[in-house]
Design a protein around this ligand. Structure first.
Ligand code: HEC
Length: 403
């Protein structure tokens, strides 16, 4: 335990004791959490999670920013939670997860009412962003559970806030076979439990995994670790990357998209525009190219949120909702920080991000159309992908050529 972790631990334990949280002074253990009863399991996770995580010295798992002091303040906000905030509940018969941890099996996360037939549990809805993140060709399905009666706060249209108890899942298939399903589960105002579950051969259950390379149909398939989840998902204050106003508002989004959210009365704190559109820059490829960059690079790492992984580069590839009204993108960050702009990264100094008319002299294009398995730092994205998005690369090449 580092000094800092120790300090956090002391702070959290102190807080828990001061608030009269009995137990071991910071972490309700799994068995006592279980006695909290059905639906009370969330209380175990929400009420004591931060303390336990800090005690394990796992600040990265606890603090959304990965910082120890964030963990300490989590302790404070957890304590302020109203009693048994519905943290999503768990299916009956499932053991309560360890504090601050997701369940060990997918069937216990509440995604499926029947995991054998893949019938969704009640309250779970599917959604699909208009433009997906490239995932090396894997098929993906996405689901959300919102606690009954709870709404999403959209007062910052670029950074939606979800109610405690929200769960997101993303299921990955290779061909027709389920490989892994990822989950984010909001337990406190600032903490989401998150993990990946690897499916068994018969697709009757998926079990929690710490991530790593596995073999699927003779090929290496990488399941991300929690640290890798965070590299991308910390790019948004409340971590959802595809469940957002632009990607659910553009034509092509399906399921619980912006229109459905509105008609189901699930949004609060603002009104959504009647139409979301990314304007073209006169090339005929601009709208699609900017949407591609938004989801593949912008929502996660290359945006103006100082917690995002690539914030310091100054390269901004996310489109703001206020700009997504069909206007010409002339003043978009995605153009202002790329076209004829040099890279700031030391080993690439002198390279120009986008040279109009010349994909081969556009470093942004070179990196996204390269895969370098032995040195993933010299490709984009630098994690998670080993296969070039052929269609996306052609789109960017056509776009830059037409500039
Ligand atoms: C390379 C970046 C990256 C990594 C690594 C990553 N994600 Fe994501 N994830 C995204 C993006 C971008 C989206 C939205 C676009 C989409 O779904 O196609 C997303 C979507 C999701 C969703 C659907 C809800 C949402 O945010 O829109 C879930 C659930 C999810 N990811 C879980 C995880 C978990 C758990 C991990 C780690 C085990 C992980 N992800 C790793 C980038 C990443």
């Amino acid at each position: 335990m580092t000094t800092r972790d120790a300090a956090v631990w002391v702070a959290v334990v102190g807080l828990a004791l001061a608030l009269g949280c009995g137990n071991d002074g910071g972490g309700m253990d799994a068995s006592s959490a279980a006695t909290a009863g059905k639906g009370g399991a969330g209380h175990g996770g929400a009420g004591t999670g931060a303390g336990t995580g800090a005690g394990e010295g796992d600040a990265a798992v606890v603090g959304d920013s990965g910082a120890g002091d964030a963990a300490a303040s989590n302790g404070g906000s957890d304590a302020a939670l109203p009693g048994d905030a519905d943290a999503g509940g768990l299916p009956s018969g499932c053991p309560a997860p360890a504090p601050n941890q997701p369940p060990e099996s997918l069937s216990c996360t509440g995604l499926y009412g029947d995991i054998t037939t893949k019938k969704l549990a009640s309250g779970v809805q599917a959604f699909m962003p208009a433009v997906p993140l490239w995932s090396d060709g894997a098929g993906k399905l996405r689901f959300i559970y919102l606690p009954p009666g709870q709404k999403i706060d959209i007062s910052d249209p670029d950074a939606w806030r979800f109610p405690i108890g929200t769960k997101f899942w993303k299921e990955f298939k290779s061909g027709t076979k389920r490989v892994e399903t990822r989950m984010f589960w909001k337990l406190t105002p600032t903490f989401w439990a998150r993990t990946a579950y690897q499916w068994n051969d018969g697709e009757t259950e998926a079990t929690r995994t710490g991530g790593g390379d596995i073999q699927v149909a003779g090929k290496t398939y990488h399941i991300p670790s929690t640290t890798e989840c965070d590299q991308c998902h910390k790019g948004r204050p409340d971590h959802a990357l595809g469940f957002e106003e632009i990607l659910l508002g553009l034509p092509g989004s399906t399921g619980l998209n912006l229109a459905a959210l509105k008609s189901q009365g699930l949004l609060t704190g603002g009104t959504v525009p009647s139409k979301i559109a990314i304007g073209d820059d006169g090339t005929g490829f601009g709208s699609d190219a900017l949407a591609f960059l938004h989801v593949n690079c912008g929502v996660s790492c290359h945006n103006g949120n100082s917690a995002s992984e690539a914030y310091s580069t100054g390269l901004r590839l996310a489109v703001k909702v206020a700009d997504a009204d069909g206007r010409a993108p002339t003043n978009f960050d995605s153009l202002k920080t790329t076209v004829n702009v040099k890279t700031t990264t030391g080993r690439w100094l002198g390279k120009i991000r986008i040279t109009p008319g010349s994909p081969s002299e556009s470093w942004l294009y070179s990196l996204m159309s390269t895969r370098n398995p032995t040195n993933m730092k010299d490709q984009m994205p630098p994690i998670a992908s080993r296969v070039v998005p052929t269609a996306g690369a052609k789109l960017l090449s056509d776009w830059i050529t037409a500039m």
